[in-house]
Unconditional design. Structure first.
Length: 271
């Protein structure tokens, strides 16, 4: 069972600003965040990942030596869930937003030496992208021009109205998935987690065959927020590159909020 409490930062660990809110995770790690304002997002992600076990799925169990890439790592709760399951593997946690500070802090505080944090957006190689962030509610950050569906904004406003603050815009560097795989010498990505609020289309449209061939399993949240961005295109891309694909479209999430889940793994003969 998790407990959120105020506490001193980990012994011998100094950081600024002070990080004195702690969520004790069932796997023995601690999730630290800087203020009570971040509590609703922390609680939501904890329930999704640790309680509802969102990333547990047939044929997707994480193995001890797996290489994991987390695109859209946010504050780091998926990384804290996955990293202990691959103690002799590697995990790249990629997050371009301000929550990257929280992600990096938690990796250091839990001494996860096999986790590398990368503060970039994944999409096209080179250049900058403009991000829109919500300081009072850091679950939903996205590229400019790609905001969440109106019903999502309404639900956020109703549930988290006490922590709402104006959106802010800032630039972040952009890298392609293929270039990151090459730079970090990833000959195989055993588990690729993607949750990047609509940027997933550009990631896979621009991925070269040589990089497709290095990916084994993908757990992705897809979004349909712009004309022309439909999950059927992603399904076709994955099938063309030898993946078996399962799509989940829960009624409320897909038909009102325009997002769903895509699970893809290589056919047994290709794994």
């Amino acid at each position: 069972m998790s407990v959120i409490r105020s506490s001193a930062s980990p012994e011998g660990f100094v950081s600024s600003p002070p990080w004195n809110q702690r969520l004790c995770l069932p796997n023995g790690l601690d999730f630290w965040f800087p203020s009570p304002q971040a509590r609703p997002a922390a609680e939501y992600l904890f329930r999704e990942i640790f309680v509802r076990r969102r990333y547990l799925h047939d044929r997707f169990a994480i193995r001890r030596g797996d290489t994991i890439v987390d695109i859209g790592a946010n504050m780091g709760l998926f990384a804290l869930w996955a990293a202990p399951q691959a103690p002799v593997g590697r995990l790249l946690a990629i997050e371009p937003g301000q929550t990257a500070d929280c992600l990096a802090y938690n990796v250091r505080a839990n001494r996860l030496r096999h986790v590398t944090t990368i503060p970039v957006a994944v999409g096209c190689e080179g250049g900058q992208v403009e991000l829109v962030e919500y300081p009072g509610f850091n679950l939903v950050s996205h590229l400019a021009g790609m905001g969440p569906a109106w019903i999502t904004r309404l639900l956020i406003s109703l549930r988290y109205f006490r922590v709402q603050s104006p959106a802010v815009r800032r630039d972040a560097p952009s890298r392609s998935l293929g270039s990151l795989m090459d730079e970090h010498q990833l000959s195989k990505v055993h588990f690729l987690k993607v949750d990047c609020e609509g940027a997933e289309y550009e990631i896979f449209r621009s991925l070269a065959p040589e990089h497709w061939n290095r990916i084994e399993r993908v757990a992705m949240e897809f979004h349909e927020l712009r004309p022309g961005d439909r999950h059927g295109e992603l399904v076709s891309l994955f099938r063309e590159h030898g993946f078996r694909v399962e799509v989940r479209k829960p009624l409320l999430e897909y038909y009102l909020m325009r997002f769903g889940e895509l699970w893809a793994c290589r056919e047994p003969s290709d794994a």
